[in-house]
Design a protein around this ligand. Structure first.
Ligand SMILES: [Fe+2]
Length: 241
């Protein structure tokens, strides 16, 4: 019988839950139509995923999303999925861009979209470390959230020292699978591999936006970095259990 655990080493051979994707049609730079969402989901199911937490961008300068509008879009999309006989869990959180809007929402103690009850996925600008980064982490942690930094390997300002400092501040690190095949460039691939070697990866995400991404994801599982990452105590397969 097919098992998600290899007999030899009792390690998961595939990820059950993906917790980073852009699969609600038409609300960010992810899939544009319900049909595109279904096509992408079909591919992800074929890759072995059984549960999804999709994470639309909440980024004030680019998309008009708010926690409420994302929640409504998710509620509208779910019946379309069920009509097509998709039965897998399909939850929704968000990928918060660290900007003044989210900082103000935190200051007002507005409830933010999370997965697993408390994990808050956020990203920053790719070039320089935001001045408010540490304060933001402190504030959300104080409110009971567990910060998850999306794709740390993609930030030009990121170093192993900074990654270690973030972990010491309670930040979980979520690596993008496509970084492992050099999709975002060689320096990003190298940092991703170093983070895996250090064991500083808590979650793996597809960050899937479209069918190009699902095609590329097929190559990831053949990399040695992926195999090494799968030996880490990843949270993926404990989410939405
Ligand atoms: Fe993303």
């Amino acid at each position: 019988m097919f098992s998600f655990f290899s007999k030899k080493r009792n390690l998961p051979v595939t990820l059950v839950t993906d917790m980073h994707s852009h699969l609600i049609p038409g609300i960010d730079d992810g899939v544009k139509t319900p049909q595109e969402a279904f096509d992408v989901i079909d591919q992800l199911l074929e890759l072995g995923y059984q549960k999804f937490v999709t994470t639309p961008h909440i980024m004030t300068d680019y998309f008009g999303n708010t926690a409420e509008s994302v929640r409504i879009a998710h509620e509208r999309f779910l019946p379309l999925l069920r009509e097509k006989n998709y039965t897998m869990p399909f939850d929704c959180a968000a990928e918060y861009y660290l900007d003044d809007t989210v900082i103000a929402a935190v200051a007002r103690k507005e409830p933010l979209l999370t997965f697993g009850g408390k994990y808050l996925l956020f990203e920053t600008n790719v070039i320089s470390e935001p001045l408010q980064l540490k304060e933001f982490i402190f504030s959300i942690t104080l409110q009971g959230y567990k910060p998850v930094l999306a794709h740390p390997e993609r930030y030009q300002y990121m170093t192993l020292e900074k990654a270690e400092d973030l972990r010491n501040r309670g930040v979980l690190l979520q690596l993008n699978l496509l970084s492992l095949i050099g999709h975002y460039g060689p320096p990003i691939q190298r940092l991703a591999e170093k983070l895996i070697a250090k064991g500083w990866v808590d979650l793996l995400g597809t960050d899937c936006h479209n069918l190009d991404h699902t095609r590329l994801l097929r190559a990831v599982t053949r990399t040695s970095a992926y195999r090494k990452a799968m030996e880490l105590p990843l949270l993926n397969n404990h989410l939405l259990a």
